[in-house]
Unconditional design. Structure first.
Length: 305
């Protein structure tokens, strides 16, 4: 293993004095490095779009989006997966995060777990991974054995594979159907890939799940419309969603939420079409839960009449 060939492990010439400068200048150094991350991610937008299309296709066909990684990368995958149910009202099993070393590794490092090539496949087998699913392997280095093992297993099954890494010409990029590489350069603290590399990975995972959920009809305009009301804030957000999407006042929005059984998407459609609950529900079902498609179908019907 030659880490010197990895840009994420190289010395950063712009932060050599980070231990000598004032605290404010230290923050400026870190901030300047962080500013490089979105630029690096922007160079991979075509690949990220491919991943979004593949993920939405997989889910529409009955599959799941599965993240796998070790250390920081694994934790980022779990974080992104865990935020999908409260944000988009998804089943917790639809977007899944797996980390080398299991649940224990979420809170503390499990030494050697990332080097377990066979473990990557074994953990996919444990969740019943199939060719219908899509696998996103995450590792800043692009060479983590655990992730490579998972990618190999997924490919053998015929599943679509994606890699998210921060070094050009990596083994993961070569192994994946859709390689996403964000070359963020040397870290402010040499080898600390929880910094720029971690930020790049978080941005990319945000884009993958957000884009996928938009394509699955979880968003109307730029409003979340499948929010699950699991706390007081989200109960209030449902009402605000209906108000923002339809122009309804607070009282009417509350009435629509009640009429729809707490379903903001259905409440919006009832308001915008003037249909009753049952009719609006059927229309939404016929259009796979897409408000925009349901509205287009209504407009088309009106024109034909």
């Amino acid at each position: 293993m030659d880490l010197t060939k990895l840009t994420t492990e190289s010395r950063n010439l712009d932060t050599l004095d980070i231990d000598r400068v004032s605290t404010l200048e230290m923050m400026r150094m870190l901030n300047r490095e962080d500013m490089k991350v979105p630029v690096a991610v922007a160079k991979s937008l075509e690949r990220i779009a491919e991943a979004v299309d593949a993920a939405s296709d997989a889910i529409k066909s009955g599959g799941r989006l599965v993240y796998t990684g070790a250390g920081t990368s694994g934790r980022l995958g779990i974080l992104d997966a865990s935020e999908c149910p409260p944000t988009f009202g998804t089943d917790p099993n639809l977007v899944v995060g797996i980390i080398a070393g299991g649940k224990e590794a979420i809170l503390k490092a499990v030494e050697g777990a990332e080097d377990d090539f066979a473990g990557g496949a074994r953990d996919l087998i444990s969740i019943g991974f199939t060719k219908k699913d899509i696998l996103v392997g995450i590792a800043a280095s692009g060479r983590t054995p655990y992730v490579l093992g998972a990618l190999e297993h997924a490919k053998k099954l015929g599943a679509v594979t994606v890699s998210v890494s921060c070094n050009r010409g990596s083994a993961m990029a070569a192994a994946a159907d859709i390689p996403i590489v964000a070359e963020v350069g040397p870290e402010a603290i040499t080898g600390s890939t929880r910094l720029k590399a971690g930020t790049a990975q978080k941005l990319i995972l945000n884009m993958i799940t957000t884009g996928t959920m938009v394509k699955l009809g979880k968003v109307y305009s730029n409003i979340m419309v499948d929010v699950s009301a699991t706390n007081e804030k989200l109960v209030e957000r449902r009402k605000n969603i209906v108000m923002q999407a339809t122009g309804a006042d607070p009282d009417e929005a509350a009435r629509l939420i009640g009429l729809s059984g707490g379903n903001p998407k259905l409440a919006i459609l009832i308001k915008l079409t003037g249909l009753g609950r049952d009719e609006a529900s059927l229309l939404l079902e016929k259009n796979s839960g897409y408000i925009l498609k349901a509205l287009d179908a209504t407009d088309k019907q009106i024109r034909e009449e």
